[in-house]
Design a protein around this ligand. Structure first.
Ligand code: C5P
Length: 242
């Protein structure tokens, strides 16, 4: 997979207003080309954040985690496809029929959007997962199982911890995308992230796309922070390509 360092960095815009988005995106400028728009920003700006980012030629990862019956999820995915978002996601918990329906729609429409699945939300503890899913599998077993289902359904990748990316690549193949939050350079605060990895080590471990928010958006110098992270991604790429 020949992705350049800049193509791999996705900056999370965890804001409520378009003004905040405009400020930070203008400040970052050319250093970053892809931004993540989640539920908070999408709903508060009534979708305008997506239009704004596209109007200034930025790519959008639409992180709305669709989870419904196959027809409804496929119609929601059709919206994402019509918006020409770079990437969007569904919940693997919706099951293989749902994911296959989305994958078929994308194929029929010759879509370029990357459609990925969320497996087990990282907010689950092992105890909560055991009580909720009543499965013999632990969280990473469930995440791996759902990653395989995602791949077999025809979607393109999963959101996972950088700690799990290597295993998922082994199970689902090199071309199956791993999109990893929980990335922290050594110089940044971990904030509320618990299971973290540096950008360089995440790339070495099979992370294709790195989702990074606060280390860049809350930095005193967001451009410098983004550049340092890109350098680390570059260093990781040198190692995997050598
Ligand atoms: O600021 P920070 O780098 O922690 O932001 C990471 C982004 O990735 C946030 O938008 C967060 O909601 C999202 N995310 C995450 N962990 C997951 C899934 C999504 O941190 N498992």
């Amino acid at each position: 997979m020949k992705l350049k360092a800049k193509d791999r960095l996705i900056v999370a815009l965890d804001y409520k207003t378009l003004d905040e988005v405009k400020d930070i995106v203008n400040e970052i400028g050319d250093a970053v080309s892809t931004y993540k728009v989640g539920l908070e920003l999408f709903l508060n700006t009534r979708g305008e954040a997506v239009d704004y980012l596209h109007s200034i030629d930025k790519k959008v990862f639409l992180d709305l985690k669709f989870h419904d019956i196959p027809n409804t999820t496929t119609m929601a995915s059709m919206f994402a496809n019509k918006q020409e978002v770079f990437m969007f996601n569904v919940h693997a918990g919706g099951g293989p029929t749902m994911m296959r329906s989305v994958a078929d729609m994308l194929k029929e429409n010759s879509s370029d959007s990357i459609a990925i699945a969320v497996t087990v939300l990282t907010s689950f503890t092992e105890e909560e997962a055991a009580a909720h899913f009543k499965s013999d599998l632990n969280i990473s077993g469930l995440a791996n199982h759902w990653a395989i289902e995602t791949k077999e359904s025809g979607l393109h990748g999963v959101v996972c911890s950088p700690l799990e990316a290597k295993k998922i690549k082994e199970l689902c193949g090199e071309n199956f995308y791993t999109i990893c939050p929980g990335v922290r350079p050594l110089w940044a605060a971990s904030n509320d992230q618990k299971r973290i990895m540096t950008p360089k080590i995440a790339v070495e471990n099979g992370a294709d796309f790195l989702v990074v928010g606060r280390p860049i958006t809350k930095s005193e110098n967001p451009v410098h922070a983004a550049k340092l992270i890109l350098e680390e991604i570059e260093a990781g790429l040198k190692i995997i390509n050598s």
